[in-house]
Design a protein around this ligand. Structure first.
Ligand code: NAP
Length: 336
């Protein structure tokens, strides 16, 4: 069976996922496209999916009889309405992060999916599918003993002028928030943010860098440096300290040069290159589960918990270094 997919939002990631489905992955094809800008949808149709129908609205696409499953790749503020419509239609839906822009919105999706009685939603937290994080989790589970601390860094060379302090949480740190919950099989109980002096490359509305400290229910303390004007490259670091040893996230493969009296290896500069393989694996996982009428991978609950944690971290940015408590609601059986 070939899964017939409709893609809502044909900007950067919607176009890339369409390419993936049409040219890289097995078991699916894109039969429908929709975007706020009809020209953007038509351009993707012309370049990648000539047989697809272009719909004026996402709702029309979701209800089309020809569409088995939906990808929501539109602007974040529109995700909730489309995911709710897909659940209502009983169709599996892959939603790019964020699941919703508020914790209340993410909770409404959880409630709708629970009422539907089966998993239909996969959230696009692709780091869980990265081979480096998968290997790190294997080491944490079977080799380095019970985790005690995590030291991590999320560094970008630069960000645009419109990137402001809360975006370091919602747009950047959200990936760590999800992947550490998965890595440690744990939930967060508090968040604290401290700011060193702001770097000279930053601007008036961005305090950069910042250090976020999350404490988990099992007592693990996670320190993450978020530094989005680091200049030298896109660099994701993670070290888990356990009772028996320490596990490091591997750096992307790069040759080492011994040259001109120095030892050098290249560092990536574009985030799209860092996790490119994991996007393929996550969407193939979606196609496999959606072909059986269900969903796999990161759940609505994970999307909801990420939203709750983001809110606490943003509150902590204004708390002068004080810890903000994170309350974890009871997890429905659907996500156990
Ligand atoms: P983008 O290039 O701006 O594309 C979003 C597209 O959605 C635009 O074409 C936009 O049209 C369209 N749109 C806006 N409102 C719409 C609506 N109501 N219905 C249908 N389409 C609508 O953004 P992007 O970079 O692709 O990001 C899209 C989403 O993916 C974001 O939520 C982002 O956070 C997420 N994302 C995730 C990752 C990841 O690593 N997992 C990476 C990149 C992006 P207009 O331009 O005309 O408004």
């Amino acid at each position: 069976m070939t899964l017939k997919i409709g893609v809502i939002g044909t900007g950067m990631i919607g176009r890339d996922h369409t390419r993936r489905i049409q040219q890289v992955l097995a078991g699916a094809k894109v039969v429908a496209l929709s975007d706020y800008s009809i020209d953007a949808a038509k351009a993707v149709q012309a370049d990648l999916a000539p047989d697809a129908t272009v719909y004026e609205t996402g709702e029309e696409l979701i209800s089309a009889n020809t569409v088995d499953a939906v990808l929501v790749c539109s602007t974040g503020s529109t995700h909730e309405q489309y995911v709710l419509a897909a659940i209502e239609a009983g169709k599996p839906v892959f939603c790019e992060k964020p699941l919703a822009t508020t914790a209340e919105g993410a909770k409404r999706i959880v409630d709708a999916e629970v009422a539907a009685g089966k998993r239909l939603v996969q959230v696009g937290f692709m780091r869980r599918y990265d081979s480096g994080y998968v290997a790190l989790k294997e080491a944490v589970v079977s080799k380095t003993g019970t985790p005690i601390m995590v030291h991590a860094a999320h560094r970008n060379p630069t960000v645009p002028e419109q990137y402001v302090t809360p975006m370091a949480i919602h747009d950047t740190f959200v990936h760590e928030i999800d992947v550490f919950r998965w890595l440690l099989d744990d939930d967060y109980v508090s968040a604290r943010v401290t700011f060193p002096r702001t770097c000279e490359a930053s601007h008036a509305k961005l305090r950069d860098p910042q250090i976020v400290t999350l404490t988990t229910a099992k007592g693990v303390v996670i320190n993450t440096e978020i530094y989005v004007n680091c200049k030298y490259g896109y660099d994701i670091q993670c070290q888990v300290v356990g009772e028996e040893g320490i596990a490091h996230l591997p750096d992307p493969q790069a040759i080492t040069l011994r040259l001109a009296a120095s030892k050098q290896s290249e560092i990536l500069t574009d985030w799209k290159d860092r996790f490119v393989d994991s996007y393929d694996v996550e969407l193939q996982d979606f196609i496999k589960a959606a072909s059986d009428g269900t969903a796999a991978g990161p759940t609505s609950w994970d999307g909801y918990m990420a939203a709750v944690t983001c809110d606490a971290c943003v509150e902590a940015q204004d708390a002068d270094g004080d810890a903000v408590t994170i309350t974890n609601p009871a997890r429905p059986a659907l996500y156990s």
